[in-house]
Every structure is written in C-alpha cells, then in structure tokens.
Design a protein around this ligand. Sequence first.
Ligand code: PEP
Ligand code: MG
Length: 584
Amino acid sequence: MSGQEVIFHGVGVAPGIARGIVFLHHPDDEEPPKRKIDDTEVAKEIVRFESALIATRAQILEMQQRIAEAIGAKDASIFDAHLLVVEDRTLIDEVLRNLEREKFNVEFIFAEVANRYARTLSEIDDPYLRERAFDIHDVTRRIIRNLLGRSAKTLGTIDLPQIVVAHNITPSDTATLNRQLVLGFATDVGSRTSHTAIMARSLNIPAVVGLKDISQRLHPGEHVLLDGTNGVLILNPTDQTLWEYGEIEIKLEKVEEVLTGLRDTVSTTADGRHVILSANIELPEDVPLVVKAGAEGIGLYRTEFFFLNKSDLPSEEEQYAAYLAVAEAIMPQSVIIRTLDLGGDKFLTHSHLPAEINPFLGCRAIRFCLERPDIFKAQLRAILRVSVVGNVRVMFPMISGLSELRQAKEILEGAKTELREEGKSFNENIELGIMIEVPSAALVAEALAREVAFFSIGTNDLIQYTIAVDRVNERIAHLYEPTHPAILRLIEMTVAAAHGQGIWVGVCGEMAGEITLTPLLLALGVDELSVSAGLVPRVKKAVQTLDTKECSRLLEETRGLLSATDILARCEEVAQLHYPELLN
Ligand code: PEP
Ligand code: MG
C-alpha cells in the first residue's frame, strides 16, 4: 500500500467497517469555484468556454441519437430545446461581455448569467417558459461539468465497489445509488439525524460525516478504511491498522451472529413487558431488510423518497403500485404509510416552488400538502386503495395543532368520498395517526389524541424544534441532545395524553434506535419503537435484557438531574451494565 497513513476524525452515523477505494462525488448543483482573473487570461477563458459549448453540443446530439434509437424520434426531440440553449446568442454574448467586464473565471460568470436567465423565465406565469427554465438549468449543469472537466457520474452510475467521498450527499443522491456497490459514505458536513445519515443506516452502509474538508483532501482511487462506529476515516491504512481492524471485525461478527439468532424472538423485557419493535423504511426496496431483521412491521414509511429524483410527480397509479408492493411484502404485518414530508432537507428535483430562507420552518410536510390538496389527495387515494389488500395505517407528519389536523382529515374524507362514488373499495376502518414532532403538538397532545388512533413521536424534529437546533448543521451538533430534560418532559406528556385517551404511542425518530436510551424510553411508557432495519436486532437484544422496574428507577433518578449530559451518563451506566457487548 502506498503513501503515508493519515487518520481523519468525524462523526460516525452508521456503524460498520468498510475498506476500499475512493469515489469522489460532486453533486451537479455544487457551486462552481470563483477566481479573479487578469486581462491576459480573458482570451483563454473564452476559448475554454467555446470548447465547453462545442463538447456539450456533441454530447446532447449523441444522447439524442441514442434515445431516438432506443425509444423513438418523438421522445428524442425534447433535446432540441437543449440544443437551442447551447446556441442561444443572447446568453453567450452576455457571458462574454460579463467576462470582459467582471474578470472572473468563466464557469463562475456563466453560472451567474444562466441562473439569472432561468430564474427570470421560471417566474413568468407561462408553462412553456417555465419548461425552458428547466432546460437552461440542465444544460447549464452540463456546460459547467465540461468546463470543470468533471464526468456526469451520479451515485447511480458507480460500477465498482467504492467508498463515496463528497462535500455532502443529499437524500436525492442516496435515493439513486447502487446499494451493492457503495461500500461506505464519508462527507465534509452532515449530522446523525440528517436524512442522508438515516438512509445510510437503513441501507446498512457504514458512514462518517463532519470530516470537514475531506472531499478536498482525498483523490479518486486512493485506499481508505472507514470506521462508521467510531467516526474515523483512515487514508492509506498500514498493515498493522488493517490487522487491528481485522481483529475488531472478528469480534463484531460474533456479536452479529448472536443478534441474527434473535430474528424470530420477541421484543419483551426480562420481566415480560412487550414493546412493539418495528422498522423505518424510505423505499420499497428496503422491505426485505425489515423482514430479515425480524421487525414487527413497518412503523414509518417515508413516502417522500419516492418523489425525489423524478422529473414529474408520481401519479396516483405509480404511488398505488409502490405502496401495494410494500404492503404485500410486509403482510401479515402492518405498514404505517406517512404522507408526504417534502421540504426541510428533502426537495423535488424539478420543483416549481420558490426557495425558502428557513426550509425546516417553512412550507414543509403537511403544510405543503394543505397548500396542494391535489397532490395530497392523489397520495391519500393511493394509500386508501392499498388498504383493502394490505394491513395499512396512514400517518400525517408535522402536525402542529388541531386545526391543521382537521383540515388534513377533511381532505382524507374527501378522498374517501371520491373513491366511494367511483365504486373503488378501501378499508373503511383504516387507522389514522399523526407524528408528534412539533413542540406545540406535544403541548396540545390531549386534544389531538381525541381525534386519531395513534401517535408516533418524531424525535428528530421534536429535538430540532424544541432546542432550536438545526438537525443537519454539524456546527451546533453538540446542542442536539435527546436527553435534554425538556425533551423527556415532552415525551412524557405525549405518552400521558395518548394513554389518557386510550390510544397507543410509538417513537420513530432516531432516538428510538439509540440503545443507550432504550431504558429511558421504556420507562417513559412508549408502546412501540420504530428504528432503522439494521438496528432492530440490537434494540431487541437491549429490550430483552432490561427489567421494567430498573428502567423506572432510572427515570426517577433522572428527574433530579437538570443536565442532558448527566442524564445521558446515567443511561450509559445502565446500558453498560446490561449489554456492554452492543455498545462498542
Ligand atoms: C422525525 O422527525 O423524528 C421523523 C421520524 O421524521 P423525519 O426524520 O423523516 O423527519
Ligand atoms: Mg420528522
């Protein structure tokens, strides 16, 4: 192995060890670099620009030809509009003018001009011009890639097993990747509860985030070792390091063997209290992992992932097929289908929606659905239609209060009425639940509990909104504390409100999969834990090892503690005592 060993420290967000070569991923929407140039460089930049336009034109023509051969000339004609962009004199002249005047590198100048063009067109209320804005956007990315000498490789085109290194990996990237060939993720930014980390855990892919400038330091083809459990990336690992990790892997395999043996056992505490243990999924392809893990059904199906990376919104029929596949694959167990949670850090590729300054506090999830009842109703109809075949429940995300819940319920009733009128059957008794993930919902949980059949606490957002700490911002990750007394109080209030009205309550945020916190969650009285499929066996083992009375004692002790760190330390002591082998 060549080169000096270098160790980088980040945050481990999906456990496991991976060894392999680096695949450097540059997302298409990455900002091009900005560099001042002097007078003598202008001519060179113009030549670069012209070559990039010629290369782009050739690529579009080639793509058009391939598509015409594969599916016909009519479909290939959409590229005519792309060709018009590369030949657009107004656009090209403006780039040349600005280049002479502002004197920055041409990719920066070009991106500025093209983005302004696209923005102006997309703001005009005319579907044709809006489409032209998308064309400009597509072609712009292609031209910039050519200027930067980058290939158009997406994670979906990886053809060898490799470790993906990037500044950031978005949920859209993860939704397209080839899971067999991605051995691990390493990123500059990110946090435990970003949707990318969640996805890595679901896929059982080791991941380390928060590695600062790792995407600048590593090069394609370099050898690295990734330790997702301890948050470490090692460049050019020595033979000694590889041997040490080999030993760790042998130990981990033994633990895994024991955990695999638990597949058909139940998640019941040592003194006989059963807590339902289900799994979270993002895509229909995740279901086999859920079954293999020995979960009791799907406690959270994040349907929005099916909407990412699509040029159009999926139709009711497409959604029906996807939800049906999940419901059938998990039968006789149940699936809780959560309605669209777009926004925050999950965006549509070709969104017509304006960018927001605070997307996590903006038109996200149920707010978007109430603004677009057409999209919402199509999804509800698809879910309802699947409910005759499978064991299906429906759940609304981000409910902040009663009136929002009632508006959403009204649309659900509207969808039911339509289906009845059309003679299409559905389960008339389909259960409706809501996520409790906004502090205001936890505070009025009693009123909400009267209107639904179950609650599922989304701790990822509940913590973000309660402590005012952006869940994807690694700079303030130290403030993101699940054991903050305020969080425990809100969970306790939610459980009390649910049980007071005779409904069950689960936890489906990442906190449910933290085995250090299992004793606390059991003591808080939750009825269900829904975790990433890969974590199911660990949580099951933790539950089986614990005793309810001891958990209650722990909760009582934490009431006297006001610091999140002290509470966490007590939880760690209990976990160490009962299942030390699972913790390291
Ligand atoms: C949550 O907020 O805890 C949750 C489960 O939903 P998501 O992570 O998809 O926002
Ligand atoms: Mg959430």
